[in-house]
Design a binder for this molecule. Structure first.
Ligand code: C2O
Length: 579
């Protein structure tokens, strides 16, 4: 049995006793070899040089990207966060179900108040029934630009992957870099109401790659021998951009996404929205050489500015026949889809299936229809123009069902819910938009201004929920990666235009739809998801483009307790930060 890091430093005997006790009390079926992993995450300013300039980036333990968490299904994680930075921070374990442990979920002002500078908080949770790749990131302002890392979940000890064991594995974290302090970038945009500056580079495992200035040194290299199979755990940890990813002359076999296995399929290009992960196998079956792996934007919004640069890493065959020039010749460059190639993006997201027949909830108790899109707030007359630098003197906003979500500031929603504190939120989030309109057509200007509020939607424990997510073309239509905390959901259908229950229900896949935590809502289109509300707590559903969260593209489900201990939210940890 692996001893946890804390155990190494403590008395050996005490450690064994503690581990033994924990095993005895493990709930449900006992997992003889489940482990507990202890980690310290020190949040701190760290000098990081990229694109010719050094910035004081906020990191975990001085690492960028942050430490990889490597666990087995069934294991427990205990992560003590110490905030030595000058910003508030919280941590989210993206995609972890957090059964009954909503207190450890992390979104700021939703499940906890921020960890203040100088403060600390210990996140405790268990991985239950999830295998594959997830990740963790800060969930406060734009800190996750540099505060993120991989969370690898292997099968339980003694169990194996549902595919031949690869020779190597490596996480591929796609990121986004500002040649500035990202917190200043978002603060400035919040002040002016304009769109924030776009990024200056994308990164692979923290490195932009050699197509950028001053970036040859440090380019990520993945070495391979000929004839091997390699598992790449691709994570889109970029802040605001959906990305295409490909490798020159190599095909991917997709085997998992968002820590669920999928029916394997092959493709030469991936598209991931921020928040999504995709596990792929590749074979080193090409002539020994250096091949670029590359990522660049899938930019679905017409006319909106975006970072059009390309990040690269190098897949390097160890056996390159080497006559001194082996490192000087350029690696082979793949072709990437056009920035606006919605057809390729949609063909990719529609290829996902569960490996076998699954139990999709039927007899739906809660049927929600949620519009998702941007908006523009008119500025009150006489307001200072410097706060209204959005299009035509407005401020950018975004909403779900015309409600632009406002975070509370005095209590977290979970605390308010758990302790019955009134006045923090209202339970009137609407199950449908207040007005029906042609969502993907030319929308009347009178519908561009949402209302603002902290509105939640209440769900009884165990209710079967369907949500139709409908994109709008207000201001500009675009693809939105919609992420639900605390749950995986089945994506049973997606399409373009307005969702039509009369004809589109026939397209529902109730046999083998994929299980995800983040859905790519097609530009000018819709997606239908289903889940069972079996996890009590307060769970935010939001667009994973951070620029849109700040504008209010979020809503919250409050899921009641059921009966009995296994259906009841745990008591809050004693060190839970308060506001
Ligand atoms: Cu990666 Cu609120 O999520």
């Amino acid at each position: 049995m692996e001893t946890s890091s804390n155990c190494i430093s403590k008395q050996f005997s005490t450690c064994f006793l503690l581990l033994g006790l924990m095993l005895l009390f493990a709930d449900g079926i006992s997992f003889a070899n489940a482990k507990t992993h202890h980690h310290n995450f020190v949040v701190q300013a760290t000098k990081v040089k990229r694109l010719c300039k050094t910035h004081n980036a906020i990191t975990v333990n001085g690492q960028f990207p942050g430490p990889t968490l490597d666990v087995n299904n069934g294991d427990t994680l205990v992560i003590n966060v110490v905030n030595k930075a000058r910003y508030n921070v919280t941590f989210h374990w993206h995609g972890v179900r957090q059964m009954r442990t909503a207190w450890a979920d992390g979104p700021e002002f939703i499940t906890q108040c921020p960890i203040r500078p100088g403060g600390s908080y210990t996140y405790r949770f268990r991985i239950q029934g999830q295998e594959g790749t997830l990740w963790w990131h800060a969930h406060s302002s734009w800190l996750r630009a540099t505060v993120y890392g991989a969370l690898i979940i292997r099968p339980r000890e003694g169990e194996s992957y549902p595919f031949a064991k690869p020779n190597h594995e490596t996480p591929i974290l796609l990121g986004e870099w500002w040649d500035a302090n990202p917190i200043d970038v978002i603060r400035e945009a919040t002040r002016t109401g304009a769109a924030p500056n776009i990024s200056n580079a994308y990164t692979i495992n923290g490195q932009p790659g050699d197509l950028y200035n001053c970036s040859i040194k440090g380019t990520t290299i993945v070495p391979v021998n000929s004839g091997e199979s390699i598992l790449l755990r691709v994570i889109n940890s970029a802040l605001n951009q959906q990305l295409f990813f490909t490798i020159a002359n190599h095909k991917f076999t997709v085997v998992g996404a968002d820590a669920s296995y999928v029916k394997p399929f092959t493709t030469s290009v991936l598209m991931l929205g921020p928040g999504q992960t995709t596990d792929v196998l590749i074979k080193s079956d090409q002539p020994p050489a250096r091949y670029y792996m590359a990522a660049r934007a899938y930019a679905s919004a017409q006319g909106a500015p975006f970072d059009n640069t390309t990040t690269t890493a190098i897949l390097k065959y160890n056996s390159i026949p080497c006559k001194s020039h082996c490192n000087s010749s350029k690696p082979i460059m793949p072709t990437l889809p056009a920035f606006n190639d919605t057809r390729t993006a949609s063909a990719f997201t529609k290829s996902f299936r569960s490996p076998r027949k699954v139990e999709v909830p039927t007899d739906i108790d809660e049927n929600l229809f949620i519009t998702v899109g941007l908006g523009l707030l008119n500025c009150p007359k006489g307001s200072r123009a410097r706060n209204c630098q959005g299009p035509n003197g407005t401020r950018f906003t975004a909403s779900m069902n015309n409600v632009s979500f406002i975070l509370p500031s005095n209590f977290s929603l979970l605390q308010a819910h758990h302790q019955g504190i009134p006045g923090v939120f209202t339970t009137d989030f609407p199950a449908a938009p207040p007005v029906k309109f042609d969502y993907t057509g030319n929308v009347s200007r009178s519908l561009w201004q949402p209302i603002r509020g902290t509105k939640v939607y209440n769900l009884k424990f165990g209710s079967k929920v369907q949500v139709v997510l409908q994109g709008t073309s207000i201001f500009t239509a675009e693809n939105h990666p919609i992420h639900l905390h605390g749950y995986d959901f089945y994506i049973i259908a997606e399409g373009f235009g307005n969702f039509n229950p009369k004809t589109d229900t026939a397209k529902f896949n109730l046999i083998d739809p994929p299980l995800r935590n983040t859905a790519s809502l097609p530009v000018n289109g819709w997606t239908v998801i289903r889940f069972v509300a079996d996890n009590p707590g307060v769970w935010i559903m939001h667009c994973h483009l951070d620029v849109h969260i700040g504008w209010g593209l979020a809503m919250v489900f409050v899921v009641d307790n059921g009966v009995g201990e296994l259906q009841t939210l745990d008591a809050p940890p004693t060190d839970l930060p308060v506001c």
